[in-house]
Design a protein around this ligand. Structure first.
Ligand code: ACO
Length: 456
């Protein structure tokens, strides 16, 4: 029988135990007060010192997820990883994660890595869902891991960094199933953000092009998704009213408020002028405009940000908690948005809701899809929410690092990039329980890790 309600059964998020404050960073960078905190909408930025890398981030979040949800290695038939933080041009991060399974004699696990900027996590999730829905499925669970260390060179992009990881259990009868037949993608060739320089951890970025590419992909995906929903459910119109929550890949929170306003603008353009409610009387002057001519139109932006503010606060703001506190995690970003939503709403508020998700990765790949939360308040939903009760206290428990030290740590990472042999120096005593850390890299670039004991 075709498995029903395939989707996310549980999630785990991980972020490093230290952060830099964006207000401190504004002073240190000598930019005008408010540029990062108000202009970009960011409060804190998580980052990795020399003890953490993509392997350790993935090992940490996966092991923590399996511990918490008592997943036995033999229960797992597929493991997918999404990341753009590459340490190796051949060996997958997935193969490193097999260290958790091999001691139990479990090597029959499909899946490798998915890479395309911040989209890799979604590619991994869609692969996992497709596997469970396919003739290849053998009844076991799929696990998805998405992680990145998002660091930028000194300059205007640096405050939009972050770091973290997500792990998800995918299977049938999920609390958060993906809605079947409701996905729309936009994939194009663009040089908006890319990593052509293998000698550096930093990307090459065209900031304005990346924002325009993000917004234009969002619009294409949203319009196509709305058409699919219209036809599937035989509706006359589809708009933001058809969603209880909308989550976005979040490079920085201000872009998300602007993105939400763009969707409200699309709904407005899709409504015949004579059918617009009183609320839009002043906005009618924009009804003749074409979407593609308005990316940087301040009047349109201001008008629709104001008109959509209440909906934004209700449907999207709760999902920006981790983004605001940690920054852009790249591939995990949108799923950290899902965690943020789950820890901000009661089970009763979540039941039977439709959650729209927009995933974007520069270069570019993007998809709009949706989850439909199970209709009744079940034990599983309560368990899922309870399993995330550590998120808010752990965000607060992080250590604040001053910008001077943060800059020094990034300079050291630069200096030691791809160095072998290498022994990291940072203290491990402040790491959260369950965190893996790098012990050394030997002369053949082989990496060894240890784990801070977990408390379950
Ligand atoms: N108080 C309040 N707001 C301020 C202040 C201040 N003192 N100073 C500036 N601002 C506002 C600006 O007006 C601007 O807001 P607006 O766009 O609404 O006008 C905002 O702060 C940012 O200022 P800019 O001058 O536009 O910033 P800058 O060009 O220096 O850098 C950018 C921003 C392009 C996002 C850069 O950080 C970057 O390149 N980041 C990486 C790329 C990125 O994240 N792209 C997004 C999609 S792709 C991805 O996910 C990686």
């Amino acid at each position: 029988m075709w498995p029903e309600n395939v989707g996310i059964k549980a999630l785990e998020v991980y972020f490093p135990a230290q952060y830099v404050d964006q207000q401190d960073l504004e002073q240190f960078d000598k930019v005008s007060a408010g540029k990062y905190t108000i202009g970009l909408g960011q409060s804190k930025m998580g980052f990795c010192n020399d003890r953490e890398d993509i392997h350790s981030l993935c090992l940490t979040v996966l092991h923590n997820l399996m511990d918490k949800h008592k997943i036995k290695p033999e229960d797992v038939g597929r493991l997918e990883v999404g990341t753009e933080t590459l340490l190796d041009k051949s060996k997958s991060v997935k193969s490193v994660l097999m260290q958790i399974f091999e001691p139990h004699g479990c090597t029959n696990i499909e899946g490798v890595d998915c890479t395309n900027a911040c989209y890799g996590g979604t590619a991994a999730l869609l692969n996992a869902v497709n596997w469970v829905e396919s003739s290849s499925w053998d009844g076991r669970l799929a696990l998805v891991v998405a992680a990145d260390n998002a660091v930028y060179d000194i300059g205007s992009a640096r405050p939009t960094g972050g770091a973290g990881a997500i792990a998800m259990i995918v299977g049938p009868n999920a609390i958060l199933p993906l809605e079947r037949g409701l996905r729309a993608s936009c994939m194009k060739h663009a040089y908006d953000f890319y990593k052509p320089n293998f000698h550096s951890e930093y990307p090459t970025v065209d900031g304005q092009l990346s924002i325009k590419s993000y917004l234009s992909s969002l619009e294409e995906c949203y319009q196509k998704y709305c058409e699919k929903l219209k036809s599937k459910e035989k509706l006359d119109t589809v708009s933001l009213n058809n969603f209880d929550a909308i989550l976005f890949h979040s490079p920085f929170c201000k872009l998300i408020q602007k993105s939400f306003a763009r969707l409200a603008f699309i709904d407005f353009l899709n409504t015949p002028k004579d059918k617009l409610s009183e609320k839009y009387s002043e906005a009618k002057q924009f009804h003749h405009l074409k979407l593609e001519d308005t990316y940087f139109n301040r009047d349109v932006e201001k008008t629709f940000t104001t008109l959509s503010k209440e909906d934004f606060l209700q449907k999207t703001k709760p999902s920006l908690l981790i983004s605001n506190q940690v920054g852009n995690m790249y591939t995990p970003s949108i799923y950290a948005g899902l965690v943020s939503l789950l820890v901000s709403r009661s089970p009763n508020e979540l039941c039977d809701t439709r959650i729209g998700l927009f995933s974007y990765g520069s270069g570019l790949c993007s998809t709009f899809f949706s989850l439909r939360v199970a209709p009744v308040e079940s034990e599983e939903l309560l368990e899922l929410i309870n399993s995330l009760s550590y998120v808010k206290p752990q965000l607060e428990a992080r250590q604040k690092v001053m910008p001077e030290e943060y800059t020094h740590i990034l300079a050291l990472r630069e200096k030691n990039w791809q160095l072998a042999p290498f022994e990291p120096q940072s203290d491990v005593s402040n790491m959260f329980p369950g965190t893996y850390y790098l012990v050394n890299v030997d002369e053949k670039y082989r990496r060894t890790y240890k784990r801070i004991p977990n408390i379950i």
